[in-house]
Design a binder for this molecule. Structure first.
Ligand SMILES: *[C@@H]1O[C@H](CO)[C@@H](O)[C@H](O)[C@H]1NC(C)=O
Ligand SMILES: *[C@@H]1O[C@H](CO)[C@@H](O)[C@H](O)[C@H]1NC(C)=O
Ligand SMILES: *[C@@H]1O[C@H](CO)[C@@H](O)[C@H](O)[C@H]1NC(C)=O
Ligand SMILES: *[C@@H]1O[C@H](CO)[C@@H](O)[C@H](O)[C@H]1NC(C)=O
Length: 399
Protein backbone atom coordinates (compact mmCIF):
# COMPACT_ATOMS: atom_id res chain seq x y z
CA UNK A 1 0.00 0.00 0.00
CA UNK A 2 1.51 3.26 -0.99
CA UNK A 3 1.62 6.20 1.40
CA UNK A 4 -0.27 8.22 -1.12
CA UNK A 5 -3.20 5.91 -0.75
CA UNK A 6 -3.25 5.38 2.95
CA UNK A 7 -2.73 8.92 3.91
CA UNK A 8 -5.47 11.20 3.18
CA UNK A 9 -8.85 12.18 4.06
CA UNK A 10 -11.97 10.28 4.52
CA UNK A 11 -13.16 7.91 1.91
CA UNK A 12 -16.37 9.62 0.96
CA UNK A 13 -14.27 12.10 -0.83
CA UNK A 14 -13.84 9.67 -3.48
CA UNK A 15 -16.63 7.67 -4.58
CA UNK A 16 -18.42 6.61 -7.58
CA UNK A 17 -22.04 6.12 -7.09
CA UNK A 18 -23.38 3.05 -8.70
CA UNK A 19 -26.77 2.90 -10.06
CA UNK A 20 -28.45 -0.24 -10.94
CA UNK A 21 -29.49 -0.95 -14.43
CA UNK A 22 -32.58 -2.35 -15.92
CA UNK A 23 -30.15 -4.78 -17.37
CA UNK A 24 -29.83 -6.50 -14.02
CA UNK A 25 -33.50 -6.75 -13.36
CA UNK A 26 -33.66 -9.59 -15.78
CA UNK A 27 -31.60 -11.73 -13.45
CA UNK A 28 -33.84 -13.73 -11.21
CA UNK A 29 -33.24 -16.34 -8.64
CA UNK A 30 -35.44 -19.13 -7.56
CA UNK A 31 -36.44 -19.34 -3.94
CA UNK A 32 -38.84 -22.08 -3.20
CA UNK A 33 -39.54 -23.79 0.01
CA UNK A 34 -38.91 -27.46 -0.02
CA UNK A 35 -41.51 -29.29 2.03
CA UNK A 36 -38.85 -31.47 3.59
CA UNK A 37 -36.40 -28.78 4.62
CA UNK A 38 -36.43 -27.92 8.30
CA UNK A 39 -37.16 -24.28 7.75
CA UNK A 40 -38.44 -22.15 10.55
CA UNK A 41 -40.61 -19.10 10.65
CA UNK A 42 -37.66 -17.02 9.54
CA UNK A 43 -37.40 -18.76 6.23
CA UNK A 44 -40.94 -18.46 5.11
CA UNK A 45 -40.78 -17.79 1.44
CA UNK A 46 -43.67 -17.29 -0.86
CA UNK A 47 -44.82 -19.99 -3.23
CA UNK A 48 -43.82 -17.92 -6.17
CA UNK A 49 -41.42 -20.06 -8.18
CA UNK A 50 -38.94 -17.34 -9.05
CA UNK A 51 -38.15 -14.32 -7.02
CA UNK A 52 -35.85 -11.43 -7.67
CA UNK A 53 -34.76 -10.26 -4.23
CA UNK A 54 -33.13 -7.18 -5.71
CA UNK A 55 -36.32 -5.55 -6.96
CA UNK A 56 -38.99 -4.33 -4.62
CA UNK A 57 -39.89 -1.51 -2.25
CA UNK A 58 -39.45 -0.44 1.35
CA UNK A 59 -42.38 -0.78 3.76
CA UNK A 60 -42.62 0.78 7.20
CA UNK A 61 -42.88 -1.99 9.74
CA UNK A 62 -42.70 -0.99 13.42
CA UNK A 63 -41.87 -4.58 14.38
CA UNK A 64 -38.71 -4.52 12.32
CA UNK A 65 -35.88 -4.10 14.83
CA UNK A 66 -32.10 -4.32 14.54
CA UNK A 67 -30.44 -7.52 15.71
CA UNK A 68 -27.53 -5.73 17.43
CA UNK A 69 -26.81 -2.40 19.09
CA UNK A 70 -24.04 0.17 19.56
CA UNK A 71 -22.03 -2.15 21.80
CA UNK A 72 -21.08 -4.66 19.11
CA UNK A 73 -17.26 -4.83 19.25
CA UNK A 74 -16.91 -4.86 15.46
CA UNK A 75 -18.30 -1.35 14.97
CA UNK A 76 -16.31 1.43 13.36
CA UNK A 77 -16.78 4.67 15.30
CA UNK A 78 -17.88 6.90 12.45
CA UNK A 79 -20.76 4.64 11.45
CA UNK A 80 -21.86 3.59 14.90
CA UNK A 81 -24.90 5.80 14.62
CA UNK A 82 -26.43 4.63 17.89
CA UNK A 83 -23.33 5.60 19.82
CA UNK A 84 -23.12 8.83 17.86
CA UNK A 85 -26.75 9.53 18.72
CA UNK A 86 -27.98 9.98 15.21
CA UNK A 87 -31.56 11.18 15.27
CA UNK A 88 -34.35 8.88 14.15
CA UNK A 89 -32.35 5.67 14.25
CA UNK A 90 -35.43 3.68 15.16
CA UNK A 91 -37.22 5.10 12.15
CA UNK A 92 -34.28 4.26 9.88
CA UNK A 93 -34.40 0.70 11.12
CA UNK A 94 -38.17 0.31 10.86
CA UNK A 95 -38.13 0.02 7.10
CA UNK A 96 -38.32 -3.44 5.67
CA UNK A 97 -37.34 -4.40 2.13
CA UNK A 98 -40.12 -6.27 0.35
CA UNK A 99 -39.25 -7.88 -3.00
CA UNK A 100 -41.93 -7.64 -5.66
CA UNK A 101 -42.98 -11.26 -5.76
CA UNK A 102 -41.93 -12.82 -2.46
CA UNK A 103 -40.84 -12.10 1.09
CA UNK A 104 -37.25 -11.56 2.02
CA UNK A 105 -36.74 -13.63 5.17
CA UNK A 106 -34.80 -12.01 7.98
CA UNK A 107 -31.58 -13.82 8.74
CA UNK A 108 -31.81 -16.14 11.73
CA UNK A 109 -28.20 -16.02 12.98
CA UNK A 110 -28.45 -19.35 14.83
CA UNK A 111 -29.89 -21.21 11.90
CA UNK A 112 -27.51 -19.57 9.47
CA UNK A 113 -24.45 -20.37 11.55
CA UNK A 114 -25.65 -23.93 11.93
CA UNK A 115 -25.74 -24.15 8.17
CA UNK A 116 -22.27 -22.63 7.85
CA UNK A 117 -20.62 -24.82 10.50
CA UNK A 118 -16.96 -25.51 9.54
CA UNK A 119 -17.26 -23.15 6.59
CA UNK A 120 -15.72 -19.78 5.84
CA UNK A 121 -16.98 -16.66 4.12
CA UNK A 122 -14.63 -14.15 2.50
CA UNK A 123 -15.07 -10.66 1.13
CA UNK A 124 -12.54 -9.46 -1.43
CA UNK A 125 -12.31 -5.93 -2.76
CA UNK A 126 -12.84 -2.49 -1.32
CA UNK A 127 -15.86 -3.63 0.66
CA UNK A 128 -17.17 -0.08 0.62
CA UNK A 129 -15.19 0.39 3.70
CA UNK A 130 -16.41 -2.58 5.52
CA UNK A 131 -19.93 -1.59 6.41
CA UNK A 132 -21.23 -4.84 4.91
CA UNK A 133 -18.70 -6.85 6.88
CA UNK A 134 -19.34 -5.05 10.17
CA UNK A 135 -23.07 -5.57 9.83
CA UNK A 136 -22.56 -9.25 9.03
CA UNK A 137 -20.21 -9.80 11.98
CA UNK A 138 -22.49 -7.99 14.44
CA UNK A 139 -25.48 -10.05 13.29
CA UNK A 140 -23.66 -13.40 13.39
CA UNK A 141 -22.29 -12.59 16.80
CA UNK A 142 -25.85 -12.87 18.12
CA UNK A 143 -25.41 -16.63 17.68
CA UNK A 144 -21.94 -16.74 19.22
CA UNK A 145 -20.91 -14.03 21.64
CA UNK A 146 -17.51 -15.64 21.88
CA UNK A 147 -16.71 -14.29 18.40
CA UNK A 148 -13.09 -13.19 18.23
CA UNK A 149 -11.51 -10.58 16.04
CA UNK A 150 -9.49 -12.37 13.43
CA UNK A 151 -6.46 -11.06 11.65
CA UNK A 152 -4.00 -12.81 9.47
CA UNK A 153 -1.39 -11.63 7.05
CA UNK A 154 -3.17 -10.42 3.97
CA UNK A 155 -6.54 -10.26 5.66
CA UNK A 156 -7.77 -6.85 6.52
CA UNK A 157 -10.03 -7.93 9.31
CA UNK A 158 -12.71 -10.36 10.23
CA UNK A 159 -13.96 -12.64 12.97
CA UNK A 160 -13.79 -16.24 14.03
CA UNK A 161 -16.87 -17.81 15.58
CA UNK A 162 -15.62 -20.65 17.78
CA UNK A 163 -19.00 -22.19 18.52
CA UNK A 164 -19.47 -22.93 14.84
CA UNK A 165 -15.87 -23.00 13.60
CA UNK A 166 -16.74 -20.30 11.07
CA UNK A 167 -14.48 -17.48 9.84
CA UNK A 168 -15.85 -14.41 8.11
CA UNK A 169 -13.15 -12.07 6.85
CA UNK A 170 -12.34 -9.27 4.48
CA UNK A 171 -9.34 -9.18 2.16
CA UNK A 172 -8.55 -5.71 1.03
CA UNK A 173 -7.67 -5.48 -2.64
CA UNK A 174 -9.21 -2.26 -3.81
CA UNK A 175 -8.43 -2.77 -7.50
CA UNK A 176 -8.43 -6.60 -7.27
CA UNK A 177 -5.31 -6.72 -9.44
CA UNK A 178 -1.83 -6.21 -8.11
CA UNK A 179 -0.76 -2.59 -8.05
CA UNK A 180 2.15 -0.61 -6.69
CA UNK A 181 3.63 2.86 -6.88
CA UNK A 182 5.58 3.46 -10.04
CA UNK A 183 8.66 5.66 -9.90
CA UNK A 184 9.50 7.89 -12.79
CA UNK A 185 12.14 6.53 -15.09
CA UNK A 186 13.67 8.32 -17.98
CA UNK A 187 12.08 7.37 -21.25
CA UNK A 188 9.27 5.45 -19.59
CA UNK A 189 5.71 6.77 -19.88
CA UNK A 190 7.19 10.24 -20.40
CA UNK A 191 8.63 10.01 -16.90
CA UNK A 192 5.17 10.02 -15.35
CA UNK A 193 4.78 8.86 -11.83
CA UNK A 194 1.75 6.79 -11.06
CA UNK A 195 0.68 3.34 -10.10
CA UNK A 196 1.54 0.21 -11.95
CA UNK A 197 -1.41 -2.13 -12.26
CA UNK A 198 -0.71 -5.63 -13.52
CA UNK A 199 -4.08 -6.43 -15.01
CA UNK A 200 -3.28 -10.14 -15.29
CA UNK A 201 -1.89 -10.57 -11.76
CA UNK A 202 -4.39 -10.81 -8.92
CA UNK A 203 -3.34 -8.96 -5.76
CA UNK A 204 -1.47 -11.15 -3.26
CA UNK A 205 -3.96 -10.14 -0.62
CA UNK A 206 -6.48 -12.59 -1.91
CA UNK A 207 -5.12 -14.75 -4.71
CA UNK A 208 -3.51 -17.36 -2.50
CA UNK A 209 -6.06 -17.56 0.25
CA UNK A 210 -9.13 -17.98 -1.86
CA UNK A 211 -9.27 -21.77 -1.37
CA UNK A 212 -9.82 -21.22 2.34
CA UNK A 213 -13.33 -19.98 1.63
CA UNK A 214 -16.58 -21.75 0.82
CA UNK A 215 -18.31 -18.49 -0.06
CA UNK A 216 -16.57 -15.50 -1.66
CA UNK A 217 -18.02 -12.06 -2.29
CA UNK A 218 -16.02 -9.88 -4.69
CA UNK A 219 -16.31 -6.24 -5.52
CA UNK A 220 -14.42 -3.26 -6.80
CA UNK A 221 -15.67 0.15 -7.72
CA UNK A 222 -15.07 3.40 -6.00
CA UNK A 223 -11.30 3.38 -6.36
CA UNK A 224 -11.68 3.61 -10.13
CA UNK A 225 -11.90 7.37 -10.08
CA UNK A 226 -9.75 10.38 -10.77
CA UNK A 227 -10.27 11.49 -7.19
CA UNK A 228 -8.22 8.52 -6.04
CA UNK A 229 -5.82 8.52 -8.98
CA UNK A 230 -5.53 12.02 -10.44
CA UNK A 231 -3.99 12.73 -13.79
CA UNK A 232 -0.60 13.51 -12.23
CA UNK A 233 -0.37 10.03 -10.69
CA UNK A 234 -2.42 7.85 -12.97
CA UNK A 235 -2.89 4.13 -13.11
CA UNK A 236 -0.49 2.67 -15.65
CA UNK A 237 -1.63 -0.69 -16.92
CA UNK A 238 0.71 -3.61 -17.53
CA UNK A 239 0.03 -6.97 -19.09
CA UNK A 240 2.46 -9.90 -19.25
CA UNK A 241 4.93 -7.65 -17.45
CA UNK A 242 4.93 -4.91 -20.09
CA UNK A 243 3.18 -1.58 -20.33
CA UNK A 244 0.08 -1.80 -22.49
CA UNK A 245 0.27 0.45 -25.55
CA UNK A 246 -1.43 2.69 -26.18
CA UNK A 247 -2.08 3.25 -22.46
CA UNK A 248 -5.73 2.49 -21.69
CA UNK A 249 -8.00 5.02 -20.02
CA UNK A 250 -8.97 4.21 -16.46
CA UNK A 251 -12.26 2.51 -17.28
CA UNK A 252 -10.74 0.55 -20.14
CA UNK A 253 -8.14 -0.59 -17.63
CA UNK A 254 -10.98 -1.61 -15.34
CA UNK A 255 -12.44 -3.73 -18.12
CA UNK A 256 -9.11 -5.51 -18.51
CA UNK A 257 -8.86 -6.07 -14.77
CA UNK A 258 -12.41 -7.40 -14.65
CA UNK A 259 -11.82 -9.77 -17.54
CA UNK A 260 -8.56 -11.09 -16.11
CA UNK A 261 -9.83 -11.34 -12.55
CA UNK A 262 -12.90 -13.22 -13.65
CA UNK A 263 -10.83 -15.66 -15.73
CA UNK A 264 -8.61 -16.22 -12.71
CA UNK A 265 -11.60 -16.87 -10.49
CA UNK A 266 -13.10 -19.27 -12.99
CA UNK A 267 -9.85 -21.15 -13.42
CA UNK A 268 -8.33 -21.16 -9.97
CA UNK A 269 -11.17 -21.10 -7.50
CA UNK A 270 -12.87 -24.45 -7.01
CA UNK A 271 -16.22 -24.79 -8.74
CA UNK A 272 -17.87 -25.73 -5.47
CA UNK A 273 -17.05 -22.34 -3.97
CA UNK A 274 -20.13 -20.16 -4.00
CA UNK A 275 -19.14 -16.91 -5.68
CA UNK A 276 -20.85 -13.55 -5.66
CA UNK A 277 -20.01 -10.16 -7.04
CA UNK A 278 -21.62 -7.28 -5.30
CA UNK A 279 -22.30 -3.90 -6.82
CA UNK A 280 -21.38 -0.72 -5.08
CA UNK A 281 -24.00 1.09 -3.06
CA UNK A 282 -24.98 4.62 -4.06
CA UNK A 283 -24.18 7.95 -2.45
CA UNK A 284 -26.86 10.47 -1.57
CA UNK A 285 -25.42 13.97 -1.68
CA UNK A 286 -28.17 16.52 -2.13
CA UNK A 287 -27.62 20.12 -3.16
CA UNK A 288 -23.92 19.67 -3.91
CA UNK A 289 -21.16 17.11 -3.79
CA UNK A 290 -19.33 16.06 -0.61
CA UNK A 291 -17.10 19.14 -0.78
CA UNK A 292 -19.91 21.54 -1.69
CA UNK A 293 -22.04 21.24 1.42
CA UNK A 294 -23.95 18.30 -0.02
CA UNK A 295 -26.42 17.04 2.52
CA UNK A 296 -28.56 14.01 3.33
CA UNK A 297 -30.89 15.06 6.14
CA UNK A 298 -33.88 13.12 4.91
CA UNK A 299 -36.62 11.66 7.07
CA UNK A 300 -37.83 9.06 4.60
CA UNK A 301 -36.56 6.90 1.78
CA UNK A 302 -36.77 8.33 -1.72
CA UNK A 303 -39.72 7.48 -3.90
CA UNK A 304 -39.20 5.27 -6.86
CA UNK A 305 -39.93 8.05 -9.34
CA UNK A 306 -37.10 10.09 -7.83
CA UNK A 307 -34.37 7.53 -8.41
CA UNK A 308 -33.59 8.28 -12.02
CA UNK A 309 -33.24 11.98 -11.43
CA UNK A 310 -30.74 11.23 -8.65
CA UNK A 311 -28.71 8.48 -10.25
CA UNK A 312 -29.17 8.31 -14.00
CA UNK A 313 -25.93 9.57 -15.56
CA UNK A 314 -27.71 11.51 -18.28
CA UNK A 315 -29.30 13.72 -15.62
CA UNK A 316 -25.82 14.74 -14.57
CA UNK A 317 -26.47 14.90 -10.84
CA UNK A 318 -23.73 14.68 -8.22
CA UNK A 319 -24.43 11.02 -7.50
CA UNK A 320 -24.44 9.95 -11.10
CA UNK A 321 -20.95 8.64 -11.65
CA UNK A 322 -21.19 5.03 -12.14
CA UNK A 323 -24.30 3.34 -13.30
CA UNK A 324 -21.85 3.17 -16.17
CA UNK A 325 -19.34 1.26 -14.08
CA UNK A 326 -22.06 -1.07 -12.87
CA UNK A 327 -22.87 -1.84 -16.40
CA UNK A 328 -19.26 -2.79 -17.12
CA UNK A 329 -19.29 -5.19 -14.19
CA UNK A 330 -22.57 -6.75 -15.26
CA UNK A 331 -21.24 -7.27 -18.76
CA UNK A 332 -18.01 -8.81 -17.53
CA UNK A 333 -19.90 -11.30 -15.36
CA UNK A 334 -22.13 -12.62 -18.09
CA UNK A 335 -21.70 -16.29 -18.81
CA UNK A 336 -19.79 -16.96 -15.57
CA UNK A 337 -20.89 -18.80 -12.45
CA UNK A 338 -20.32 -15.69 -10.36
CA UNK A 339 -23.66 -14.47 -9.11
CA UNK A 340 -24.51 -10.83 -9.21
CA UNK A 341 -25.44 -9.32 -5.86
CA UNK A 342 -27.29 -6.16 -6.78
CA UNK A 343 -27.54 -4.42 -3.43
CA UNK A 344 -27.42 -1.13 -5.17
CA UNK A 345 -31.00 -0.68 -6.28
CA UNK A 346 -32.49 -1.30 -2.86
CA UNK A 347 -29.94 1.08 -1.37
CA UNK A 348 -30.73 3.83 -3.87
CA UNK A 349 -33.97 4.53 -2.04
CA UNK A 350 -32.30 5.07 1.32
CA UNK A 351 -31.18 8.69 1.31
CA UNK A 352 -32.35 8.76 4.94
CA UNK A 353 -29.94 6.15 6.25
CA UNK A 354 -26.44 7.67 6.15
CA UNK A 355 -24.48 9.00 9.13
CA UNK A 356 -24.92 12.54 7.69
CA UNK A 357 -23.82 14.95 10.44
CA UNK A 358 -23.69 12.42 13.29
CA UNK A 359 -20.08 11.35 12.93
CA UNK A 360 -18.97 11.16 16.53
CA UNK A 361 -16.73 14.21 16.24
CA UNK A 362 -17.78 17.80 16.70
CA UNK A 363 -15.72 19.19 13.86
CA UNK A 364 -16.11 16.33 11.41
CA UNK A 365 -18.75 17.97 9.24
CA UNK A 366 -16.85 21.23 9.08
CA UNK A 367 -13.75 19.40 7.93
CA UNK A 368 -15.08 16.66 5.70
CA UNK A 369 -18.67 17.57 5.02
CA UNK A 370 -21.60 15.28 5.70
CA UNK A 371 -21.19 11.57 5.22
CA UNK A 372 -23.84 10.64 2.71
CA UNK A 373 -21.94 7.65 1.42
CA UNK A 374 -21.30 5.26 4.25
CA UNK A 375 -24.25 3.76 6.06
CA UNK A 376 -25.46 3.93 9.59
CA UNK A 377 -25.18 0.68 11.49
CA UNK A 378 -27.51 -0.83 12.34
CA UNK A 379 -29.20 0.07 9.10
CA UNK A 380 -29.37 -0.68 5.40
CA UNK A 381 -26.37 -3.09 5.32
CA UNK A 382 -28.38 -5.36 7.61
CA UNK A 383 -30.75 -5.84 4.68
CA UNK A 384 -27.75 -6.67 2.46
CA UNK A 385 -26.99 -9.40 4.98
CA UNK A 386 -30.56 -10.68 4.74
CA UNK A 387 -30.25 -10.87 0.95
CA UNK A 388 -26.83 -12.54 0.94
CA UNK A 389 -27.78 -15.04 3.62
CA UNK A 390 -31.01 -15.93 1.80
CA UNK A 391 -29.01 -16.68 -1.35
CA UNK A 392 -26.43 -18.71 0.56
CA UNK A 393 -29.21 -20.57 2.33
CA UNK A 394 -30.88 -21.33 -0.92
CA UNK A 395 -27.65 -22.63 -2.40
CA UNK A 396 -26.96 -25.08 0.40
CA UNK A 397 -30.52 -26.11 1.12
CA UNK A 398 -31.53 -26.41 -2.48
CA UNK A 399 -34.78 -25.59 -4.15
C1 LIG B 1 -11.94 3.19 5.39
O1 LIG B 1 -12.13 3.74 6.65
C2 LIG B 1 -10.95 3.91 7.37
C3 LIG B 1 -11.31 4.30 8.78
O2 LIG B 1 -12.33 5.26 8.80
C4 LIG B 1 -10.11 4.95 6.63
O3 LIG B 1 -8.91 5.15 7.34
C5 LIG B 1 -9.81 4.42 5.24
O4 LIG B 1 -9.13 5.38 4.49
C6 LIG B 1 -11.07 4.04 4.52
N1 LIG B 1 -10.74 3.33 3.31
C7 LIG B 1 -11.38 3.51 2.16
C8 LIG B 1 -10.97 2.64 1.05
O5 LIG B 1 -12.26 4.31 2.01
C1 LIG C 1 -12.96 -26.15 11.22
O1 LIG C 1 -13.23 -25.92 9.86
C2 LIG C 1 -12.16 -26.23 8.99
C3 LIG C 1 -12.60 -25.84 7.60
O2 LIG C 1 -12.74 -24.45 7.53
C4 LIG C 1 -11.81 -27.69 9.08
O3 LIG C 1 -10.70 -27.96 8.26
C5 LIG C 1 -11.50 -28.03 10.52
O4 LIG C 1 -11.30 -29.43 10.64
C6 LIG C 1 -12.63 -27.63 11.42
N1 LIG C 1 -12.25 -27.82 12.81
C7 LIG C 1 -13.00 -28.53 13.63
C8 LIG C 1 -12.49 -28.61 15.03
O5 LIG C 1 -14.03 -29.09 13.30
C1 LIG D 1 -20.64 25.72 2.40
O1 LIG D 1 -21.22 26.39 3.52
C2 LIG D 1 -20.36 27.33 4.14
C3 LIG D 1 -21.02 27.83 5.42
O2 LIG D 1 -22.38 28.07 5.22
C4 LIG D 1 -20.07 28.45 3.15
O3 LIG D 1 -19.19 29.37 3.73
C5 LIG D 1 -19.40 27.83 1.91
O4 LIG D 1 -19.24 28.81 0.93
C6 LIG D 1 -20.27 26.72 1.32
N1 LIG D 1 -19.52 26.06 0.27
C7 LIG D 1 -20.05 25.79 -0.92
C8 LIG D 1 -19.12 25.14 -1.89
O5 LIG D 1 -21.19 26.05 -1.22
C1 LIG E 1 -36.75 12.84 12.72
O1 LIG E 1 -38.07 12.48 12.35
C2 LIG E 1 -39.02 13.47 12.61
C3 LIG E 1 -40.38 12.91 12.24
O2 LIG E 1 -40.36 12.40 10.95
C4 LIG E 1 -38.70 14.73 11.85
O3 LIG E 1 -39.61 15.77 12.17
C5 LIG E 1 -37.31 15.17 12.19
O4 LIG E 1 -36.95 16.27 11.39
C6 LIG E 1 -36.33 14.04 11.96
N1 LIG E 1 -35.00 14.44 12.29
C7 LIG E 1 -34.03 14.36 11.42
C8 LIG E 1 -32.73 14.87 11.89
O5 LIG E 1 -34.17 13.89 10.30
Amino acid sequence: MSPKLVSPIFPWLILLALGSLCFFSSITITLRQSPSSPTSQSLKISRSPACNLFRGHWVLDPHHKPLYDGTCPFHRNAWNCLRNKRENMSLINSWKWVPNTCDLPRIDPFQFMGLMRNKNIGFVGDSLNESFLVSFLCILRVADEGAKKWKKKGAWRGAYFPKFNVTVAYHRAVLLSKYEPKQSEAGDQNGLKGYRVDVDVPADDWARISSFYDVLVFNTGHWWSHDKFPKETPLVFFQAGRPIVPPPEMLDGLKLVLGNTISFIQKEIPAKTLKFWRLQSPRHFYGGDWNQNGSCLFNNPLEKYELDSWFEPRNNGVNKEARHLNHLIGEALQGTDIRLLDLNHLSEFRADAHPAIWLGRQDAVQIWGQDCMHWCLPGVPDTWVDVLSALIYKHYKGR
